[in-house]
Write a protein that binds this ligand. Structure first.
Ligand code: C2E
Ligand code: CA
Ligand code: CA
Ligand code: CA
Length: 276
């Protein structure tokens, strides 16, 4: 306890309290939103730019807060990880996505895979294999409809543990992609030990394509050497697509095709457009 200058103490202390209160409010609001189905999932299409085929989409969480409007997932995912809510949150995402896939299947317009993001907390402290298997069974969906995205940094945690889980998922037919690739400095020697299907080149490399063309080329040839697929995220321009095609990367995700959108719009503009 600070003994001197009582005024300083007051100011310091109440500032801390404000922050703590705001955080607790936010945490409560997030729990409330989760329990009352106020969160949403947007879908962002992924394309094979070479054949122009839709290959699937990524499911991204959205929180439209009643007072503050849309809160960035980067902000509330971090909060969810710090408070442990993340496991419930991602189990909710899993169910919501599977229910959605089922609905699209019943409407005969489903295509490709939907990928979901798995946090390191969920990956190491939860039981994602049984959560995923039981949810797939509940909605009667094939594992080939699903993909999981795990960041490079998460995977670098513990090679043995990581591989055990990844192998179980892949043996079911679920694909595994290493998200934000290039930001965690994995070596080739390390990568070849991991049981994954795909590298997802981080959008920071794509945004400054001119500067990073050599790095992107290296990532793609590394992926080829290791027999991995490769997707580029954050692709916004035709110029970027041209360079990626030249380098042999055909899987593309980004604003060039579409921003993440509500499921009804994804169905209307992407799934049904193809079914016709
Ligand atoms: P991420 O997994 O790297 O997702 C890609 C982010 O890039 C998304 O941001 C997406 O909207 C954005 N993006 C896509 N295309 C473009 C583009 O062409 N240009 C630009 N500038 N950005 C593009 P978003 O939706 O704000 O999500 C941010 C992060 O929040 C995600 O990054 C992911 O790490 C996290 N996140 C979202 N949903 C979940 C979830 O269910 N679980 C976990 N663990 N994380 C999630
Ligand atoms: Ca992702
Ligand atoms: Ca990413
Ligand atoms: Ca990211």
């Amino acid at each position: 306890v600070k003994q001197n200058g009582s005024d300083d103490f007051e100011v310091y202390d109440s500032a801390m309290n404000d922050q703590t209160i705001e955080r607790i409010n936010m945490e409560n609001d997030l729990r409330y939103a989760l329990e009352n189905d106020l969160l949403e999932i947007y879908y962002q299409p992924k394309y094979n730019s070479f054949t122009n085929e839709l290959i699937g989409s990524e499911a991204l969480l959205r929180w439209n807060h009643s007072n503050y409007g849309f809160i960035s997932p980067d902000t509330f995912i971090k909060l969810a990880e710090e408070t442990g809510i993340i496991i419930h949150l991602e189990e909710w995402v899993l169910r919501k996505v599977c229910r959605q896939i089922k609905e699209w299947k019943l409407a005969s317009c489903y295509r490709g895979r939907v990928s979901i993001n798995i946090s390191h907390i969920h990956f190491y402290q939860g039981d994602i294999v049984s959560a995923i298997t039981s949810t797939l069974m509940e909605f009667d969906i094939e594992p080939t409809c699903l993909e999981i995205e795990i960041t490079e940094t998460t995977m670098m945690n513990n090679e043995f543990e990581t591989n055990k889980t990844l192998q179980k998922l892949r043996s079911l037919g679920i694909e595994v992609s290493m998200d934000d690739f290039g930001t965690g400095y994995s070596s080739l020697g390390y990568l070849h030990k991991l049981s994954i299907d795909r590298l997802k080149i981080d959008k920071s490399f794509i945004h400054e394509m001119q500067k990073n063309e050599a790095i992107v080329a290296t990532i793609i040839s590394m992926a080829n050497t290791l027999n991995l697929k490769v997707i580029a995220e954050g692709v916004e321009t035709n110029d970027q697509i041209q360079v990626l095609n030249k380098l042999g990367c055909h899987e593309i995700q980004g604003y060039y095709y579409s921003k993440p959108i509500q499921p009804e719009i994804y169905k209307q503009n992407f799934l049904l457009a193809l079914a016709q």
